[in-house]
Design a binder for this molecule. Structure first.
Ligand code: MCA
Ligand code: AMP
Length: 515
């Protein structure tokens, strides 16, 4: 197996001067990038990275490149350049603030960090303190030191040989213990998944993808971008999701991927009509549960049946509703069937398979499943069964005809607008606020984000706490999407006989908060 980039490159059209990406909302847009631009831009960045002559670490792991930038086509070229250089790509949500970034760079020890020009001050301090050797900047308007330095590099580059098992990316996720863990994805994990999806989702010559997702998570970076690149499909690229902008592109496109919140917001726009969707072929949803209500409204409004699929940072896509009629029909409220080559089982607490229609723990194995968490061998061991199945932390059941239904999660996780929020992490930040004795963070239903983060906070003896102040302090310290939409000050938390906080009671108590 060669480098993942080489495999994606093989999907490019023969005529490299055709348009590959239309950057529609770029600050000076729209900008048009040919396939040759993508190939050259990523080659120049790869050559720059290789010119730094970074010695591999004592552990022999290739250098990590941590990237926290705003979405742009150049950011995608940077990802492809890291792949070509045989280095390890580490994308970070651009909403993360200093305390969060400090954790990631100290955990991953990247040799190179690329950040938005506005953040250079604090990011470079954090990066150099964590041992990074180079910090570059990359802005949204093709500005910053990364491109300036890459401009002098050759336009050609032979992707560094990498085997299927070699590390390609680290994605931080699943911080049930309050801190994220780095999921290690290999060239083979990513390529096998991209190849399976290209066939299973019936990618056609001439397909055009609307890309409106962030590219610091699996959905936008791997599932959407790899899908289009491998198929040689043009991308109508939006740096920021806007329902109106997406609707305006529907008549020119055939495929759209989104998290449920995007579908909810598109439905709220009267411009979403059957006519607008006339040329479309496929709407895909994932990263969070798609409500049956949304699924049904979409069918009625557009005539299209959304294809819902199930993925994880640790496994990329693991199951999907059918795309081709021969594979069956799409069923709302389910995440379809295991993808070809992937096995999914539903188990009870004793490690025995649950009968059909019975709820249990979802476990998965296959070429898409990661090798483990970065420098956490013990935690990795806990998350795999003795016979090598990965424990997803999701709870679900099989229907009689093999469709999988996710009914909940055993892991303490909130998914808000498609972003993961780990209650333990947010609680740790709240508990650092003077006057706070303890706190409990839970998710409650929210019409737009699916789940919304809320917190119940217990004052220390004699302390006076103010909900608005707590929210303001959190906004100054952590990513906005993690900050509770509402904070309740309470004298105590409900506990069971063992003294464990009963979060289910808090969820029940506040269930109707955003109804
Ligand atoms: C923004 N805000 C949010 C969220 N996003 N609050 C809660 N949850 C969110 N997801 C808040 C901001 O903090 C800000 O708060 C206000 O909303 C406006 O910020 P803005 O960035 O303008 O929001 P937006 O543009 O409306 O963003 C909503 C969004 C975005 C477009 C739904 O969250 C998004 O792109 N989500 C997609 C995430 C994704 O790609 N997930 C895939 C993960 P304030 O006004 O108070 O400052 S990969 C995965 O899960 C697996 C592998 C899989 O299966 O794919
Ligand atoms: P992440 O940690 O970003 O990889 O998010 C993975 C989690 O998102 C999974 O473990 C599920 O809990 C959730 N998820 C992904 N896709 C779906 C879906 N279609 N329906 C329900 N939950 C989903």
């Amino acid at each position: 197996m060669s480098n993942l980039y080489a495999a994606l490159r093989a999907g490019f059209p023969a005529d490299l001067d055709r348009c590959a990406i239309e950057a529609l909302d770029a600050p000076n847009g729209p900008l048009y990038y040919s396939w040759r631009d993508i190939d050259r831009g990523s080659a120049m960045i790869a050559n720059l990275l290789q010119s730094l002559e970074i010695a591999p670490g004592a552990d022999g792991v290739p250098p990590r490149v941590a990237v926290q930038v705003d979405k742009s086509v150049e950011a995608l070229m940077l990802y492809l350049g890291v792949l070509r250089a045989g280095m390890v790509y580490l994308p970070l949500n651009n909403a993360y603030q200093a305390a969060e970034v400090e954790y990631f760079v100290s955990n991953a020890e990247p040799s190179v960090v690329v950040c938005a020009p506005r953040n250079f001050g604090w990011v470079s301090r954090t990066a150099f303190n964590a041992g990074a050797q180079h910090v570059f900047t990359l802005g949204e308007e093709r500005d910053g030191t990364l491109l300036q330095r890459a401009a002098a590099q050759p336009h050609e580059q032979a992707p560094v040989a990498r085997g299927a098992g070699d590390l390609a990316a680290i994605l931080y996720t699943s911080g049930t213990t309050g801190r994220s863990k780095g999921a290690m994805l290999s060239h083979g994990n990513l390529l096998s998944n991209a190849q399976v999806l290209q066939d299973y989702w019936d990618w056609q010559p001439g397909d055009v993808l609307i890309h409106a997702l962030p590219i610091f998570h699996v959905h936008g970076l791997f599932v959407a971008s790899h899908g289009a690149l491998l198929n040689g499909s043009r991308m109508l690229w939006l740096n920021k999701f806007d329902p109106r902008a997406v609707i305006a592109q529907l008549p020119r496109a055939t495929v759209f991927m989104g998290v449920p919140t995007l579908y909810v917001r598109l439905l709220a726009d009267a411009g979403l009509t059957r006519e607008a969707c006339a040329r479309m072929r496929l709407f895909i949803s994932g990263s969070a549960p798609l409500l049956i209500d949304t699924f049904t409204q979409w069918q009625e409004r557009t005539g299209f049946t959304i294809l819902e699929r199930y993925g994880m940072s640790e496994t990329a896509m693991l199951s999907s509703n059918p795309c081709k009629p021969a594979d069956g029909t799409r069923r709302g409220g389910t995440v379809g069937k295991p993808l070809p080559g992937t096995d999914i089982r539903v188990m009870d607490d004793d490690g025995q398979p649950r009968p059909v229609n019975e709820i249990g723990h979802i476990q998965v194995r296959g070429p898409n499943v990661f090798s483990g968490y970065w420098r956490m061998p013990e935690k990795t061991k806990e998350e795999f069964t003795a016979d090598g199945w990965f424990k997803t932390g999701d709870v679900g059941k099989y229907e009689p005809d093999g469709y999988l239904v996710i009914v909940g999660r055993s892991k303490d996780l909130i998914i808000s607008g498609g972003y993961n929020v780990y209650p333990a992490e947010v609680e740790s930040f709240i508990n650092e606020i003077p006057g706070v004795a303890e706190s409990a963070v839970v998710g409650v239903p929210h019409p737009d984000f699916g789940e919304a983060v809320i917190a119940v906070v217990i004052p220390a003896a004699g302390a006076q706490l103010n909900a608005t102040e707590i929210i303001a302090r959190l906004k100054a310290g952590i990513a906005g999407f993690k900050v509770p939409k509402q904070v309740f000050i309470s004298p105590e938390l409900p506990r069971n006989a063992m003294g464990k906080v009963q979060k289910n009671l808090l969820r029940e108590q506040h269930r109707a908060l955003f109804a």
